[in-house]
Design a protein. Structure first.
Length: 382
């Protein structure tokens, strides 16, 4: 009995793969019935960083052909060689996958995330063309695409597919036109303090531009409400087909600004020079990382990152001159960093993350003033 079970366990994945390939290959050969429904699914945000912005997918449901298929442009393979380096660099290949709607629904049930559905008012020929295009993509090089956080993602790819079969750019951005990308993203992460902090540290100048591109799932949902094709509404009203249980979405008690502020207050009041130097050293290492990523990565969002004025690689020179007892040079670097920190504070005046960054700004200023005065005394005694 055990041996039979082990054999079935080994064969099962190959059988399922065969059936999936067989069904996938047959998709493109199926003429859709008059009762086929094509819809956009918008999934609510989750508690994990990768899911905080929500998700978009396409659904094609044809009961006459026993089809209920999800096309998901948000897929990637963790087994990709040098996965993390490619992810950071921005040349990791994402791809579109097709699978049964029930699997999709179960996944979001387990993640406790909502799903909204908007049926598209396309002609029969347009529905067939969309179906054929998606299946042709599935078995061609077009299946893969290079992910870009703002310019090319699961939402923009779905929008492009719909606009293509519509024959015109019927879906256009209608929300957040008066905000920057950073301001829009900031609202999404307001309850996830440390995730919000990390993202705002990583993102540079580009996300401070006006939010002109439609790139978020909820933006597509809102834009579909007003989109028109041949003077008719492109989609119906969003229907809630899976409701999240908000009582289950609990944020860890420590994930807030109070713990963050407490850490820096303890650092300042410690009055320990080695702690001060350690903090500046950690800031310097972060700054060096941001600088290297800016040169290495194809992600435009992390380039020209003025946060290196706060998390400054020059802090590492302070450690070097302190260790070598070069007090004069140590004093110069302190002064330069104080000027750069002042410039950074001015840059941050109109940014939504200024208050969030204040503990780091104030701590850096206090530590630099302390070391500036300390080194001046050392110079006088020499």
């Amino acid at each position: 009995m055990t041996q039979k079970f082990m054999l079935l366990k080994k064969i099962a994945p190959f059988f399922l793969l065969f059936m999936l390939l067989k069904s996938s290959l047959s998709f493109g050969q199926i003429p859709l019935s008059e009762g086929v429904k094509v819809s956009v699914l918008t999934c609510g945000k989750g508690n994990e960083l990768y899911s905080v912005y929500g998700h978009t997918a396409l659904r094609i449901k044809d009961d006459a052909n026993s089809l209920d298929v999800i096309y998901n442009y948000g897929m990637f393979d963790f087994r990709t060689e040098n996965f993390y380096l490619k992810f950071i660099k921005g040349d990791l290949k994402y791809f579109v996958a097709a699978y049964n709607y029930n699997e999709f629904y179960y996944e979001y049930t387990t993640e406790n995330r909502s799903i909204y559905e908007q049926e598209l008012n396309l002609s029969q020929a347009q529905k067939q063309q969309l179906f054929d295009n998606l299946n042709a993509t599935m078995f061609s090089e077009k299946k893969y695409y290079t992910y870009k956080f703002i310019d090319r993602n699961c939402t923009s790819k779905v929008m492009d597919e719909i606009n293509q079969v519509a024959g015109e750019k019927c879906i256009v951005k209608t929300t957040h036109l008066d905000k920057t990308y950073r301001e829009v993203l900031f609202d999404y992460q307001e309850n996830l303090f440390y995730e919000n902090l990390g993202i705002n540290i990583m993102f540079g100048k580009k996300v401070d531009n006006a939010c002109e591109k439609l790139f978020l799932p909820i933006e597509l949902l809102e834009s579909l409400k007003t989109a028109k094709l041949n003077n008719q509404k492109l989609s119906g009203e969003p229907k809630l087909i899976l409701k999240e249980n908000k009582s289950e979405n609990k944020i860890p008690f420590w994930n807030n600004c109070y713990t963050f502020c407490a850490v820096f207050i303890l650092i300042v009041i410690s009055r320990k020079r080695w702690i001060y130097l350690s903090v500046l050293g950690i800031f310097g290492l972060f700054g060096l990382f941001l600088s290297l990523v800016g040169f290495y990565s194809y992600h435009e969002e992390v380039c020209y990152n003025y946060n290196t004025l706060l998390l400054n690689p020059l802090f590492l020179l302070l450690l070097y001159f302190y260790w070598r007892k070069k007090h004069k040079w140590f004093n110069y670097i302190c002064f330069i960093n104080l000027i750069l920190l002042s410039v950074y504070t001015i840059i941050m005046i109109n940014k939504p993350n200024l208050v969030m960054f204040l503990p780091m700004i104030l701590t850096s200023a206090i530590l630099l003033v302390y070391f500036y005065n300390w080194s001046r005394k050392k110079i006088k005694t020499v």
